[in-house]
Design a protein around this ligand. Structure first.
Ligand code: FNR
Length: 376
């Protein structure tokens, strides 16, 4: 199995068991594969997210005892063994053959200690997914619905389920132009997939004439009508008021937005361009991180988009990330081997990161940060 993505032009990085990414199409139905692998427009940004890591280099230090490494971090009250986390992926549920990929991802989180950001769009309810994460802290990602009471209900359910942070995704109130899906008229949600958090929600159900089990079409229509509240700065106090959990704003790419979000009460900034699925803008997320992190001061910075190796994880830390998210690669792990497959991908990333820190003479993440990364 490989922890490299099938969508990157970069060569596979961690073929530790000799299972090539070519196996992925056999493990995922074409509609799911297209949805996961695909991105916006001609997918330039998606490719560039991964490729741009090659433009950042790190310089090793010698005669340092890095015989023992400490990758642990404390972020937003979560004590974690490493800075790696699983980014929220809305079709995780469909990535395993049994349709319970969210639970499999949670089990991978439980056995590796790598936290999962549980997507709003899941096949199993947040209560069950959070429980399957075991003692590993979990976060809940909110796609903010137009219906304010529904938003509050989803957030309070996540809170009661034990989520340790609320990640609000800002960049997806409308879906980007995704030719792979458009060409085959594929949008899993409109086929009734991954809507369990809505269909099990008392507020959502109260809005329907008949329960989703009796009239799934109407329920899907109600979902489509409420998905995607257009959030603006004016909504920030309301978002803040929804929860006492730490509030993480996902999709920030501009330093000015980061500064304003922090002023508005965000507890963490999440630099991401949604893996190139939303805007095909051409600037790699890792380059955005390099500009955003310096304005965040002590406020934690989450990062994802394009992470394909342990080296990428270390580079992101060197450029100021407190936590580094991996997206598509763990979905491929789920497709190929369920919870074990995803755990294998995560362990490959961690092992490579750990080994890199050893050979580069950086025993701690503070050393990584101090060393930094240079544009090459
Ligand atoms: C995503 N992403 C995403 N983000 C989010 O906030 N909520 C979600 O439900 C989803 N769903 C989703 C589905 C699929 C199939 C993908 C590939 C991505 C974006 C995700 O959290 C993350 O930003 C990217 O996946 C990071 O890029 P890479 O690592 O996949 O290139």
């Amino acid at each position: 199995m490989s922890s490299a993505s099938a969508d990157s032009r970069r060569p596979v990085q961690t073929q530790c068991t000799g299972c090539p990414t070519a196996s992925i199409p056999a493990a995922m139905p074409p509609s799911v594969l297209g949805y996961v692998q695909g991105g916006c427009g001609d997918e330039h940004t998606q490719r560039w997210n991964a490729d741009a890591f090659a433009r950042w280099g790190m310089v090793p230090r010698m005669l340092v005892d890095a015989g023992k490494r400490d990758l642990s971090v404390r972020v937003l009250g979560m004590d974690l063994a490493s800075p790696l986390f699983m980014a929220p992926i809305g079709v995780t549920g469909l990535c395993t053959q049994d349709g319970h990929g969210d639970l499999a991802a949670a089990r991978a989180s439980a056995v590796t200690g790598v936290p999962l950001a549980i997507s709003t769009l899941s096949n199993d309810p947040v209560e069950q997914v959070a429980a399957a994460c075991g003692t590993t802290p979990a976060m809940f990602q909110l796609y903010c619905p137009r219906d304010e009471e529904l938003a509050a209900s989803l957030v309070s359910r996540a809170e009661r389920a034990g989520a340790k942070a609320l990640v609000v995704t800002l960049d997806t109130w409308v879906t980007g132009w995704r030719p792979r899906d458009l060409n085959v008229a594929n949008f899993p949600q409109l086929r009734g997939h991954v809507l369990t958090n809505y269909f099990t929600d008392p507020v959502f159900r109260s809005r329907l004439a008949k329960p989703p089990e009796e009239d799934p079409r109407a329920a899907i229509g109600a979902w489509a009508a409420t998905f995607g509240r257009v959030l603006t700065w004016a909504d920030l106090p309301w978002l803040r008021s929804l929860t006492s959990l730490p509030l993480v704003l996902k999709g920030i790419c501009h330093p000015d937005d980061a500064a304003r979000a922090i002023d508005g009460g965000a507890d963490a900034i999440y630099v991401s361009n949604h893996g190139g699925r939303q805007a095909n803008g051409g600037v790699a997320a890792i380059d955005c991180l390099a500009k955003v992190a310096p304005v965040c001061g002590d406020v934690p910075v989450f990062f994802d988009s394009g992470v394909r190796s342990g080296t990428d994880v270390v580079k992101a830390v060197a450029l100021g990330a407190s936590l580094v998210g991996v997206g598509r690669p763990y979905s491929y792990g789920l497709a190929l081997g369920g919870a074990d497959g995803a755990a294998h991908v995560l362990r490959c990333l961690l092992a490579e990161a750990d080994l890199l820190m050893a050979v580069n003479g950086w025993p701690t993440l503070a050393d990584v940060r101090e060393a930094g990364a240079v544009r090459v």
